[in-house]
Design a protein around this ligand. Structure first.
Ligand code: BGC
Length: 748
């Protein structure tokens, strides 16, 4: 069986099809434009509700209805309030977060995820779904990392394209966000990110470029931050030059909510629709102020026309207008099929990080009638769907790990539960909706540490902590199996705020050490959206990592712990042993206000750790299985029939993979490339292709990975283009970035 990773041919064909369809719309769009008054045009390009624009009923132009977000369709809000309606019909399928999706290393799961999201959005009457979020995970502390995929642009590209295709199949626009370089929450509205051109091109833009060029994303959301001195909402280099001219994007650019800072600036850049978090819709920059600016001649009406055309084009594509309208898909939500689909993704998203002495899976004689299983930790019974910021989900249901275990274990096993650690109540819950206050969140987290009230609270917290710890330890002592489920929650993995360190909160490290003292076979499960330091990792024999994996998280986790499903996920990001090992800690350029300079350049994630020879706790691409695999017979061949210029695949890499264990399972074959001679400094190696292969025990397959030009090129700042320098390249094949078992050389 041969695997081709998103062939360029296919992408080019699709582009052609899209541009032909677009040509047909253009005439109609121009006719319609002539019939619109300036007031009507302006009403189409700014929010007149929190998630909609205004319809032009006279001409049959509908309003544009949008909704968050990446993990499912968000609940309904009134047009002018952030207090949700509280309807009973807006519970939805809660899909795995993008970090979980990326851990599957499986484009088919990304496509399936897109299909669920698109169908649900359409069925809920949405035109635009504000997803996916694909910003690079530059620093482990970024509050929104859970919404993003990876530190690696290639992995992002290959998952983003099928995800968007899946969404848009339902006649719903994906809105890929946040364009661009939105990698921290601190001061996110104003911070100026300073990034050099090569870094921008090689690391921060490829995901967006693929979203536009290959997947044909109908819309895109600009980021809050500034990029190299100018807000992304009015950044002509980004929006006009790169996006519109170079990538020939003719879709709609929607502002992040409240990211526009001036009428003229944004109007003259290719930003089309202004959305925000406040209710003074007529005062939005693209409302009355824009009307006035046009009337005064400060902004040409032609600028407004361009924006309206982009909106109308998207409406035609979505079959909101025109003869195709009756064929617009109607969507589906909360179907069993969607629930099965998100379960399937969750099963492939949970990463087995350690499994010494085969502590996992817990099965066979260890689970005979009457055995006592102690499940410990708040995250075992906690549900996460409702948090995180705009990614919050009103889930139809969410199976917690405890419920999953109980479902799978049944009535003959004595499952006991203890909280184990204490999460103090939050004072500000429900005081004010977080999004309403989101523009002011810059001042959060600055409480006075000497506050008397705070001191008393701390004492209470400590007393509660000790009580729960003692209870859990006693339970663990008396149990046959101990499963700890802890980690983070959306107080930490959250929009609008970055973490301040990489430590597990609520005294969990201390509790884990104590549980390992009592039972060295304690299974440690961490549920979180971003890496944490695990000072006890050497002592833990069984360690499982579970990103927020959707409404079936608990089912999938239980199936894996009990051996009904063989884990096959791989880390889509490096887990450093300590925050002090990160490039951004060392250069001090993360989480600053006003200005952040990306001094590490292209050396993000494993590109940095490999360059500096820093051993992480768990490397990029790492993840274990209950079975074992061998990789043999590596072979790389320069495909001489075709030229680079034709943009055809050019190096075929073949490798044989065998399941050498006795359980069916999947391995992710990863191919990295090293440029051995180059005029500029390049990473030790970079991910160039991968394939996830499912194999029965004893089964072998020859896998072919096709490396295209972008596997070898770099951005040449003088020529202002990606170039491949002739010479030798090393091709590494393995099952994680730090376990490449085979190597071969090609000369180009
Ligand atoms: C977030 C976006 C989100 C928007 C609408 C903003 O705060 O940054 O990702 O789509 O709100 O809720």
């Amino acid at each position: 069986m041969l695997y081709f990773v998103y062939g360029l041919k296919q992408a080019l064909r699709k582009e052609k099809e899209m541009s032909e369809r677009a040509k047909n719309y253009e005439e109609k769009i121009n006719t319609m434009l002539k019939r619109l008054t300036l007031e009507e045009k302006v009403s189409m390009i700014h929010g007149c509700g929190l998630f909609c624009t205004r319809a032009v009923e006279r001409l049959g132009i509908p309003a544009l209805i949008m909704s968050d977000g990446p993990m499912g369709v968000r609940q309904e809000f009134p047009d002018d309030s952030w207090i949700p309606y509280g309807y009973s019909d807006d519970y939805v399928t809660y899909s795995p977060s993008n970090s979980a999706l990326a851990a599957t290393w499986n484009p088919k799961r990304a496509y399936a995820g897109g299909k669920v999201l698109g169908e649900e959005a359409r069925c809920r009457g949405k035109d635009v779904i504000l997803a996916p979020g694909i910003n690079i995970k530059r620093d482990p502390l970024c509050g929104r990392n859970f919404e993003y995929m990876s530190e690696d642009p290639y992995l992002i590209k290959t998952l983003t394209v099928p995800l968007i295709e899946g969404i848009q199949e339902s006649d719903v626009a994906a809105c890929v966000k946040h364009f661009a370089v939105n990698n921290q929450e601190t001061d996110r509205l104003m911070v100026d990110t300073i990034v050099d051109e090569r870094t921008l091109r090689e690391i921060y833009l490829p995901g967006f470029q693929a979203a536009v060029r290959k997947a044909g994303s109908y819309s895109l959301m600009n980021a809050y931050n500034k990029l190299n001195g100018t807000h992304c909402s009015e950044n002509k280099e980004l929006l006009d030059h790169i996006l519109r001219e170079e990538w020939e994007y003719d879709g709609t650019v929607i502002s992040d909510w409240g990211s526009v800072h001036s009428t003229e600036g944004a109007a003259k850049a290719s930003m089309d629709v202004e959305m925000s978090v406040t209710f003074d819709f007529d005062n939005y920059y693209f409302a009355n102020p824009l009307l006035e600016a046009v009337k005064k001649g400060e902004v040409a009406e032609a600028e407004v026309d361009k924006k309206v055309k982009n909106v109308l084009r998207m409406m035609y594509r979505l079959k909101m207008l025109g003869e195709e309208a009756p064929q617009r898909k109607k969507g589906a939500y909360n179907t069993c099929e969607h629930q099965r689909s998100v379960l399937e993704t969750a099963r492939e998203a949970i990463v087995l990080l350690k499994n010494e002495e085969r502590v996992l899976p817990v099965s066979g004689a260890r689970l005979t009638a009457g055995k006592k299983v102690a499940v410990i930790g708040v995250n075992a019974s906690f549900t996460h769907a409702g948090g995180g910021g705009s990614a919050e989900i009103k889930a139809l249901y969410e199976i917690s790990p405890l419920m999953g275990l109980k479902k799978e274990l049944g009535g003959n096993i004595d499952v006991r539960y203890a909280l184990g650690y204490y999460i103090p109540g939050k004072k500000d819950v429900n005081e004010v909706n977080w999004q309403e206050a989101s523009l002011e969140r810059r001042i959060m987290g600055k409480e006075n540490p000497d506050d008397e009230e705070l001191r008393t609270l701390r004492k209470e917290i400590e007393a509660n902590r000790m009580r729960l710890r003692a209870e859990a330890i006693a339970m663990a002592k008396d149990a046959d199996e101990v499963i700890f489920v802890g980690g983070l929650n959306h107080d930490y993995d959250v929009e609008g705020r970055d973490r301040t360190d990489m430590k597990l909160p609520y005294g969990q490290d201390d509790l884990i050490e104590a549980l390992l003292d009592v039972n060295p076979n304690t299974i440690i499960v961490i549920v979180a959206g971003s890496p944490v330091e695990m000072p006890w990792a050497d002592r833990a024999r069984a360690l499982v990592w579970c990103y927020y994996s959707g409404m079936e998280t608990g089912t999938a986790l239980a199936e894996i712990l009990l051996g009904e499903v063989n884990p096959s996920a791989k880390l889509p990001e490096t887990f450093p042993a300590s925050y002090f090992d990160t490039a951004t800690y060392k250069n001090g350029q993360f989480g600053l206000e006003n200005r952040v300079e990306y001094k590490e350049g292209i050396f993000v994630g494993y590109r940095y750790y490999e360059k500096e020879k820093i051993k992480p706790a768990f490397s990029f691409g790492y993840g274990l299985s209950y079975t074992s695999f061998s990789l043999t017979d590596l072979y790389a061949k320069r495909n001489t029939d075709v030229s680079w210029e034709a943009l055809e695949p050019s190096v075929d890499v073949e490798v044989k993979v065998t399941n050498t264990g006795n359980m069916a399972g999947a391995e992710v074959i990863q191919c990295y490339v090293t440029d051995l001679e180059c005029s500029v400094e390049r990473p030790v190696k970079e991910l160039a292709a991968y394939a996830k292969v499912f194999l029965q025990p004893g089964e072998s397959r020859n896998i072919r990975l096709t490396l295209t030009k972008d596997a070898f090129d770099f951005y040449d700042v003088t020529k202002k283009e990606f170039v491949v320098e002739p010479g030798s390249f090393l091709i590494h094949v393995g099952n994680s970035s730090d376990n490449c078992l085979l190597e071969t050389e090609v000369v180009l």
